[in-house]
Design a protein around this ligand. Structure first.
Ligand code: ASP
Length: 336
């Protein structure tokens, strides 16, 4: 059972009314009483660089949602500051449904990690539904002198700050995973931030950076092609599509786990019928056989239709903020 399903089920047992709402078919909702929506292209903001894992998922979703909704869904990469600039772009956009955000676990950690933001990271959005939950892998340049996870740890300890780790800035999943990993083994590597792990991966491939924690939606291809070394997955269990990779706990480092969930958002105040239409399109995309197929090739799967609802997304997101708060406070990984 995935973390999303597990936590959704737990929440449902405490809120039977919420569960009833969550199971209402979104297809029954429409833009009742208002003008037709959409009548022009929708902009989907991705807060990380083109070519990276969030971009890969976002572009697949945009293409499928466009087919269903009958208007282009144009991807805009608004990058920088660990995904906060893209989130800000949407939180401060006109709440008319024409600007939406595909973000990830960052929405769960940014409210604690950032003390100063030019938008409200908790109340600035209308959650529209969850999208996927993607395992992460710890990968390194091909010629790193370590053959397994234990050897990697020993090498990192020996190198100290001469060892470097790429990430997508504080607030990103790669930074979260990297910080938890470094903290767990008591080292302080040199962190090299990028505007997304797409460009970070290019530096791993070029042998200029040592390691990167990243979603399978990007790393699968490079792992299978032997272009990177893979050491472990910080998941609770092994990845079905990459079963040879040990979990970090199996490889000797229990106690830290990061899995990257993605969700879709509109700006706060977007009218409910428009949010419902966007959720309907999201759900249709998650049933699209092309999405199911492509997601499975890159090590993930769409969430259930029940999790692709506004209510389930809100519950999961709220629980995730609460889950990460004490962990971040303990590891001290703040933006300022
Ligand atoms: N995987 C990145 C992260 O670290 C973001 C990206 O998709 O580029 O959160």
């Amino acid at each position: 059972m995935t973390e999303i399903t597990r936590r959704s089920l737990a929440a449902a047992t405490f809120a039977s009314l919420g569960a009833t709402l969550a199971s209402r078919p979104a297809g029954a909702q429409g833009t009742s009483g208002g003008a037709a929506f959409p009548t022009r292209p929708i902009t989907m903001v991705i807060p990380f660089a083109p070519g990276g894992p969030t971009d890969i998922v976002g572009r697949l979703m945009a293409e499928s949602m466009a087919r269903e909704i009958g208007q282009p869904v144009v991807v805009e990469n608004t990058t920088g500051a660990g995904g906060t600039l893209g989130a800000q772009r949407v939180a401060t956009a006109r709440p008319d449904g024409y600007t939406i955000l595909l973000h990830h676990i960052g929405m769960g950690v940014i409210p604690t990690m950032y003390r100063r933001l030019a938008y409200d990271p908790v109340n600035g959005f209308e959650p529209l539904g969850l999208v996927t939950e993607v395992p992460m892998t710890i990968v390194g340049r091909k010629d790193i002198p370590a053959g397994n996870f234990a050897e990697l740890i020993a090498y990192m300890k020996k190198q100290g700050d001469g060892f470097n780790l790429a990430d997508a800035g504080i607030g990103s999943s790669s930074a979260l995973c990297g910080a938890l990993f470094a903290n767990a083994i008591g080292v302080k590597p040199t962190v090299i931030p990028f505007r997304g792990t797409g460009p970070a991966m290019q530096e791993i491939l070029g042998g200029r950076v040592d390691i990167l924690c990243d979603q399978t939606t990007q790393t699968t291809e490079y792992i299978r092609g032997g272009q990177v070394k893979v050491f472990a997955t910080p998941s609770r269990s092994r990845i079905a599509t990459l079963p040879d990779i040990p979990t970090t706990a199996e490889a000797g480092l229990p106690g830290f786990e990061v899995t990257v969930w993605h969700g879709l958002y509109a700006p706060k105040g977007t009218p409910a019928p428009i949010c419902a239409r966007l959720t309907q399109s999201l759900q249709a995309a998650l049933r699209d056989p092309r999405i199911v197929q492509r997601f499975s090739e890159i090590g993930t799967a769409p969430v259930s239709q029940e999790d692709a609802t506004r209510e389930a997304h809100q519950r999961f997101w709220t629980a995730d903020i609460a889950k990460w708060k004490p962990i971040i406070e303990t590891t001290g990984s703040y933006a300022d």
